[in-house]
Write a protein that binds this ligand. Sequence first.
Ligand SMILES: C[S@@+](CC[C@H](N)C(=O)[O-])C[C@H]1O[C@@H](n2cnc3c(N)ncnc32)[C@H](O)[C@@H]1O
Length: 269
Amino acid sequence: MNKAKVTNLLRQLKLFYLIDWLRFYYQKIKNRTVNSAFKKKHPEVKLPPDYLMYESFQINYDKYYNGGLKMAKWLASHFKKHIELKHSNILDWGCGPGRIIRHMPDVINSGCKFFGTDYNQKSIDWCSKNLLDIEFNKNKLEANLPYENNSMDVIYGISIFTHLSEQMHYQWFNELHRVLKPNGILLLSMHGDNFKVKLSKAEIDTYNQGKLVVRGQVKEGHRTFAAFHPKPFLEYLFKDVEVLEHIIQTSTNKNWVPQDIWIVRKKKT
Ligand SMILES: C[S@@+](CC[C@H](N)C(=O)[O-])C[C@H]1O[C@@H](n2cnc3c(N)ncnc32)[C@H](O)[C@@H]1O
């Protein structure tokens, strides 16, 4: 039986949370030496509790902090190609415990205002208490944000659609589109063709038909809920916006499969 089949069987048997919980302890133990070295070297860096870090990323403090900074710089360089950032409103949708948005005020100053939203109450509580120059909001799983129509210049969502059902893709895309200003930029990461290696034969057949592949049977939005995005599905989702870039990232690290990045612009009318 291949890995995809085993994973799907564990979901059906409702054993997936147990496996995830074991994975959490495995990571915690595996990284304890490097993590305590990071803490000693950088006592000033505020870090979220391990479980919040695990739920949204992995328990490696250096990768969490410095990787988050690198990602913030990479994102900013891509925003700048398409939009003037001076005095912009910038929203991190699905910010988790702030891995990326915490760096944005330093990476992009330019008089911008920064916002973060997530459906995980504990992540938002931690962010609100610890990252004081950003405005945080706790949203629901369903698409309903408190921001005005046409209020954000830039919205980004790193690995959020990767954990949502098909219905939520349509609802959330409409909601993000509502909040974005005309000419504003939306940057999203997706499980594209790189992830085909992780799919079962039946899932590949669905994917090759251009249909979204969803692995559920766990709480929607949780790290264990997974969606995989063939290009035709996204082209349909993005039919009313201008696609600016589709970046297919490559990796030489066989343990890291990179997500695709899509950058789209809201049309003026
Ligand atoms: C893989 S984590 C990524 C976190 C963060 N973007 C990062 O890159 O560090 C996925 C995040 O999406 C959040 N999430 C899932 N469904 C959501 C929804 N409907 N609305 C907002 N956030 C959601 C989860 O709580 C989690 O923080």
